[in-house]
Design a protein. Structure first.
Length: 101
């Protein structure tokens, strides 16, 4: 994920960062913690580490709710712009895999 000017409250931990791939865990300690606004510069896969919901703020001012299933990945292409928030009353996390090449 590329970060914008204002950082979010979610905690990123980078596990792998090489010329081909970046793997980051994003941990949201409480409801409302967020990644901060960002635009993805690379295609990526997200693997949720919980069952629950993420709330997604979009540039047009709307907020969507996305259901997550533990271990069930999803793919997104370059250019996605959003802020991701914990929509649960518990700590949650996901692993993000970015394809740098």
């Amino acid at each position: 994920m590329c970060s914008d000017n204002k950082p979010g409250t979610a905690i990123p931990t980078v596990f792998i960062d090489n010329p081909r791939t970046r793997v980051t865990e994003w941990r949201f300690k409480q409801k409302g913690d967020n990644t901060g606004w960002h635009r993805h510069e690379y295609d990526y896969v997200v693997v949720p580490l919980f069952d629950g919901f993420l709330e997604i703020d979009l540039p047009d001012g709307t907020r969507t709710k996305a259901e997550m299933k533990n271990g069930v990945p999803y793919f997104r292409e370059t250019g996605v712009e959003h802020d991701v928030l914990n929509g649960n009353d518990f700590e949650c996390a996901f692993v993000e895999v970015e394809f740098l090449k």
